[in-house]
Design a protein around this ligand. Structure first.
Ligand SMILES: Nc1ncnc2c1ncn2[C@@H]1O[C@H](COP(=O)(O)OP(=O)(O)OP(=O)(O)O)[C@@H](O)[C@H]1O
Ligand SMILES: [Mg+2]
Length: 226
């Protein structure tokens, strides 16, 4: 018996309707990603990489085609099930960190924990995760604007992990960082993959792509087989 892929797209099309005309961002895209894989998604600007990640993460819904996450068709999920998927099964890491400006680093990491458990973290998990990514107690009291880009991305990684997701989706996670800080962030993502997580990373950077087990190249919303 073959294992169910953690992510499966079959003929997925995404059209953004705009007043100036429809934009075909994904064009009958078919992809399979197995549990525990470390995959890089590469391709030119505008080729549909972020659109693809947003569909995989349930942040957006395909116009047509089949998208299954851990074997379940997202089109057949209720709103509650989709919320649960986004909150517990998937962690996101973005190029621009996307931390909440008014919350401290600690509160940013605790936020998805509160959404899930409906109470503050009394287990020490948030502190442990911040410590693991190299954010000390003092820095944890800082707001995002009082942290460097690399520190903000460490906080974002801790936030992505707080509900212990199996899948990590990363959109240009090193795109706003210098080479050395980017390499440190990549080491963390590689370690998370070694721990058994499925890691999918969108990148322009060939040296980042080389660290993945497999590269999927996208061009004009399709898998580029050339
Ligand atoms: N919300 C949106 N509304 C309308 N068009 C969009 C939207 N998001 C993306 N697009 C269009 O869809 C296509 C794919 O965009 P997408 O952001 O997925 O590309 P990308 O590969 O992530 O590019 P980049 O490397 O620059 O981040 C582009 O033509 C883009 O202009
Ligand atoms: Mg993008």
């Amino acid at each position: 018996m073959t294992a169910v892929p953690v992510i499966e797209l079959r003929d997925v099309t995404k059209i953004y309707p705009l007043p100036s005309g429809d934009v075909l961002a994904l064009d009958r895209l078919s992809i399979r990603i197995e549990r525990g894989e470390f995959v890089a998604i590469m391709g030119p600007s505008g080729s549909g990489k972020s659109t693809l990640l947003n569909q995989i993460g349930g942040l957006d819904v395909p116009t047509s085609g089949i998208l299954r996450i851990t074997g379940r068709n997202i089109r057949k999920m209720s709103d509650d099930e989709l919320t649960d998927l986004r909150l517990n099964a998937i962690g996101y890491i973005f190029q621009k960190f996307n931390l909440i400006p008014l919350l401290t680093a600690f509160e940013n990491v605790e936020y998805p924990y509160i959404l899930r458990h409906r109470c503050n973290d009394t287990t020490g998990r948030v502190s442990r995760l911040l410590n693991d990514v190299g954010i000390n107690k003092r820095m944890a009291k800082h707001k995002p604007a009082e942290l460097s880009g690399g520190q903000q991305q460490r906080v974002a990684i801790a936030r992505a992990l707080v509900n212990d997701p199996d899948i990590l989706l990363c959109d240009e996670p090193t795109g706003n960082l210098d080479t050395k800080t980017g390499a440190q962030i990549m080491e963390m993502l590689t370690a998370l993959h070694r721990q058994g997580r499925t890691v999918i990373i969108v990148t322009h950077d060939p040296s980042v792509g080389d660290q993945a087990e497999r590269i999927i190249r996208i061009k004009d919303g399709r898998v580029d087989e050339t």
